[in-house]
Design a protein around this ligand. Structure first.
Ligand code: WT7
Length: 635
């Protein structure tokens, strides 16, 4: 795979061929006139979002669409009364759609379960009553550490119905990562499961959760969903089985009328320090942004089977497995397991079995499937598929074309959606009616004004690399960082004056298409997952033999990037291959399996600035034989 060039230099454009939508795609498109729609929204974005907000049910309408008086702490739909969970669930019951299928779940071993909206509603209410019984109130934080099972959706919706904030921690994270997130949010309750399966292997989630809970005084109860029937240690005082808790609860529960701006949830994401940031999203605006994007980007009419292969533990899962599909009243597919079990055509089999209309996945998965060969998807016609999606990292043109030809059979347009945990919703993305270019996320979604600028905020010419910024506001935007408004200001609003700083390098071509190239900061993107170099370094230093570590991302064919570490050992510690293995294990223990380390090198010193910061750029240039660039601050 061609590696992204993160320097702000001239970029050569190779992929200029345009792919146009077929007549069939166009006939079905919710938006037919692309340019006209973009222009109209650009003239008055607030009016555009106010119109989008009409798709939702408000307990009380807003006074003002956008309040900028305390910028950059923007407020949307002020003084409105609203609940995201009402719109994802209760609404469909009230409108007589309880019989519609909300969730189809399947796991690696072939177990399946289905939930209608009515069944989901009943169980959510039972859980709401149970949580209230345990003392969960509006404004509380509830940590969720669960596999991709229907109960994670139930848990999330239940929190929102009460007005409590959920904090979902991806089940691939280790106990240390879970502990840090529980502590930062001061969560009262932890919801987990006995375990999960991965590649047929049992993952004992409860045991990992217990490790974390031991060190978190704030957790009063641990609620355990029985998923894989593994025997787990049970603490009679603290632990309670989910099924016992909901058993005798009524199937109706009161919903909290929230202010539009009340926080709905917190979701942690990596940044440039070793401490992850708790990104806050608000009920009203988040709902408006997510619903409008899912409807337009994936052309929803209301009866689709939608499969987003992410995990609910990431923002992609929050917005496009749970809240987006449920707000749209369609059926969401949840698959718990790996994509190549028992054979490399599992994904295509699931698509055919459930007649999936929209498949939303990640470049890393596509590249992994490419490696198995096109014969696997080619064995499956997948006639139900209409639209494909990609998210998480730039999709290289080779992977784009493979996906387009072998999965979409040249009939399904690919929506390459650029966005972030912080943006809450798709930001730079085509619509099905747009002409596509392989490897470009095309143009900003209607109502979004994005640009590529230099450090001073000046637009750079077409074809030149620069910083990706958003120049206006959008309803699903981050509101603040939990307990850390200074970090919110510094990270997003102090880098380029008057604009939201995304932290990505990009360029626009002569047609105004955006080509995203990767992060500008010390954040790695491993298989579409964000992980900070500082977090990995601090995990290394937590080993008793290590004094200091510097890590960089190096290219990987499937995962885009993996970690190479440069480690300084304590005096007298002997370098050995065994120690390398042990250090890799240590990092995995602290951060979880997403921190994939390719190589560890023992060194005597690390390149640093005069102020003592590790110059990872220099490590990287040496490792990959790239030009060293400006080294004037190097000691
Ligand atoms: C970072 C955000 C919300 C998506 C899941 C990851 C990279 C994401 C794309 C894309 C190029 C992409 C960016 C972004 N990214 N989607 N379509 N093309 N890059 O969310 O963990 O908050 O990471 O992922 O670098 O800043 P996240």
């Amino acid at each position: 795979m061609a590696k992204k060039n993160r320097e702000l230099t001239e970029v050569l454009l190779s992929e200029q061929k345009k792919y146009y939508p077929s007549k069939k795609v166009l006939a079905n498109a919710n938006v037919k006139d692309y340019e006209k729609t973009l222009k109209k929204a650009e003239k008055n974005p607030e009016a555009f979002w106010a119109e989008a907000a009409e798709d939702l049910v408000w307990f009380k309408k807003w006074d003002k669409i956008l309040d900028k008086s305390k910028k950059p702490f923007y407020k949307w739909f002020t003084n409105a009364k609203f609940n995201l969970a009402y719109n994802a669930l209760d609404r469909h019951i009230d409108e007589g759609n309880g019989k519609k299928l909300a969730i189809i779940w399947e796991d690696e071993s072939g177990r399946t379960r289905k939930y209608t909206y009515q069944k989901l509603y009943n169980e959510v209410n039972q859980f709401v009553n149970a949580l209230r019984g345990l003392g969960v109130k509006k404004g509380d934080r509830v940590a969720i550490y669960m596999p991709n099972v229907p109960e994670i959706a139930i848990a999330m919706l239940s929190c929102l119905k009460i007005g409590a904030m959920h904090s979902v921690v991806y089940a691939g994270f280790s106990s240390g990562a879970l502990e840090g997130r529980i502590k930062d949010a001061r969560a009262k309750i932890l919801i987990t499961a006995d375990g999960s399966f991965r590649r047929g292997k049992v993952i004992n989630l409860k045991a990992i959760a217990d490790e974390a809970v031991k060190k978190c005084g704030s957790i009063k109860k641990v609620i355990v969903v029985k998923n894989n029937e593994e025997k787990v240690a049970f603490n009679k005082e603290k632990d309670v089985w989910y099924h016992n808790l909901i058993k005798n609860q009524p199937i109706e529960a009161k919903i909290a009328e929230m202010d539009s701006e009340d926080p709905a949830f917190v979701l942690y994401t990596s940044g440039t320090t070793s401490k992850p940031k708790g990104v806050i999203h608000a009920h009203g605006g988040y709902a408006v942004g997510v619903l409008r994007t899912i409807k337009w980007v994936f052309d929803l009419k209301g009866d689709e089977i939608f499969w987003c292969t992410a995990d609910p533990g990431w923002i992609t899962g929050h917005s496009y497995i749970i809240y987006g599909p449920l707000m749209a009243g369609i059926t969401t597919v949840m698959y718990e397991g790996v994509p190549d079990m028992p054979k490399p055509d599992r994904i295509w089999k699931v698509v055919e079995k459930y007649k999936v209309n929209v498949l939303y996945t990640a470049p890393t998965l596509i590249r992994a499937m490419m490696r198995y060969g096109k014969e696997w998807p080619m064995k499956h016609k997948m006639p139900s598929l209409r639209i494909l999606g990609s998210v998480g990292e730039p999709i290289n043109p080779e992977a784009w074309k493979w996906y387009y030809i072998n999965v979409g059979k040249k009939r399904c347009p690919i929506m390459d959606t650029w966005w972030q945990t912080e943006t809450g919703m798709n930001m730079i993305t085509p619509l099905p009616c747009a002409p596509l270019k392989a490897g470009s996320a095309t143009k900003p979604f209607p109502g979004i004004i994005a640009d590529v600028v230099d450090k001073k905020g000046k637009r750079v010419p077409a074809g030149k690399g620069g910083y990706l910024v958003i120049k206006n506001q959008w309803p699903a935007m981050i509101r603040t960082i939990f307990n850390n408004p200074e970090r919110y200001l510094k990270t997003y609003w102090k880098q380029v004056k008057g604009a939201y700083f995304a932290g990505d390098v990009a360029f626009r071509d002569k047609d105004g298409y955006f080509w995203i190239q990767g992060r500008t900061d010390d954040v790695l993107n491993i298989a579409g997952h964000r992980i900070g170099t500082a977090e990995v370094e601090s995990a290394f230093v937590s080993h008793k033999t290590v004094v200091e570590a510097g890590v960089i991302g190096v290219p990987d064919e499937i995962r885009a990037e993996v970690i190479k570490a440069f480690v300084i050992l304590k005096k007298g510690v002997k370098e050995s291959d065994e120690l390398k293995v042990e250090l890799k294990k240590q990092v995995r223990k602290v951060l979880g399996p997403i921190a994939i380390i390719k190589d560890v090198a023992f060194v005597d010193k690390l390149p640093k600035t005069r102020s003592g910061k590790i110059m990872r750029r220099v490590l990287k240039a040496k490792e990959l034989n790239l030009p060293l660039g400006d080294t004037s601050s190097l000691v």
